[in-house]
Design a protein around this ligand. Sequence first.
Ligand code: B12
Length: 436
Amino acid sequence: MKILLVSPCQDVARRTLAALQIPEVALQVLAALTDERHDVRVVMEEFEDVDFSLEPDLVGLSLMTANAPRGYLIADHFRDKGAMVVIGGIHASVLPEEAGQHADAVVVGEGEPVWPQVVADAEAGKLEPLYASDGPADLAKIPHPRRDLGPVKRFMNVNPLMTTRGCPYNCEFCSVSRVYGRKIRTFPVDWVVEDVKLSGRKYHLILDDNVIARPDYALELFEALKPLNISWVGQSSMSFAERDDLMRAARESGCRGLLFGMETVSHESMKRMKKSYRDQADLAEAIERIQAAGIFFHASVVFGFDTDEPGIFDETVDFLMRSRVHSATFNILTPYPGTELYKELNGQGRLFTEDWQYYDHTTVVFRPARMTARELAEGQNRVRRSFYRPSSILKRLPRHWRHPLFFTALNLGMRFSANRSGLPLAPSDVPEPQTT
Ligand code: B12
């Protein structure tokens, strides 16, 4: 069979900057699981156009929420031409019925345990409407991704690496545990080392939600990565700051920087989210410890919690400037389907739209509790511009001057993208409901 695996772009007119594009490993793993008899092609639309004149027998699409509408267009196009279409990914996993309207089959959860069966059934012309694995994938048996398929290697592009799966938390705004479950599973350390070697790359992104989710495993992994002389970035929880041994081992293994899901500087919101730090002083101390350990600190901040008032924007910038946070992303709270937050806001009639293309963290899609949608949109925009003003970048120059090039390049890149973005307002054709 001719198999086409596609990860759609949210909007082909607004592709990610080339230097920041990262290949999507899920499709390359599915390709590796596909029998060699088949002719497999992988297209990541962030990097390259889909060739709509192709005539594949089977199309596999990987969908997040924001790129689902684009994915459905691609699905409908190839189905009209007679191809069988299978949809997987986090969005299809939480809304299989919706995805099923554009596909012959939907895969819920991890793809590896069921993909060979999907391909066999497609070949026999008898696809089931729904595939879901009986249990979690055995990570030791997952083949290494087919990096030869997909986008052409570019000098700066980082290579995605998988080391763990699963998340024990159940945050109100996240649906990750719906795909991977709540138990943390780990790829064998040898598998990861082999994967790094096979990639032949120097720069890596560890995809895990929290690289230190299993501290014992993380220590063993960092130790094994040391001799490989690579550089990597990833995401971690703030409890990293409490473990000098982990910080040292991470740095020695090539960790250049980590994204921390800080979310908020509001004391009220921290309490509601049961964060490990109690207040701003606590948080500032943790940031200082991480930076002193030589780790670049990238904060991920979210605006729009029900506890957020209009003062939250200035309070956030003041805090980030005082703590000399190296860089930050400012997101608008987004109620992804499948989350508690979605249930709550939908139940309260506060969603403006269910057009998923707007569910991207940069558009206000719900009525906030203590400010208007416009205040939220304008506040986020103001914070981005103010944090990346040249004078602000200068004021935040690292106390611990270990990554001068990285700091400058990232801050200038973020400044460019902050200035490029428009005002992220709720879709204008959807009037903001009256407060009851
Ligand atoms: C790494 C990552 C990124 C990287 C992406 C790098 C890359 N190109 O791959 C970066 C930092 C760029 C990123 C950006 C964004 N991300 Co992100 N990201 C992740 C993260 C942490 C891991 C994803 C991953 O690669 N996992 C490893 C692969 C192997 O797993 P997988 O993709 O889930 O696929 C498995 C199954 O879903 C299934 N499957 C997937 N596709 C298919 C297709 C078929 C045919 C089949 C059969 C099966 C199948 O099988 C796979 C293997 O088991 C997840 C959180 C998570 N733990 O999932 C968030 C996550 C996917 N991101 C999310 C979001 C919101 C974003 C952004 C919109 C954020 C923003 N404001 O910029 C952007 C959008 C970027 C875009 N492409 O449009 C959300 C998506 C929520 C949703 N419902 O859509 C998640 C779930 C985070 C969260 N906690 O909410 N992200």
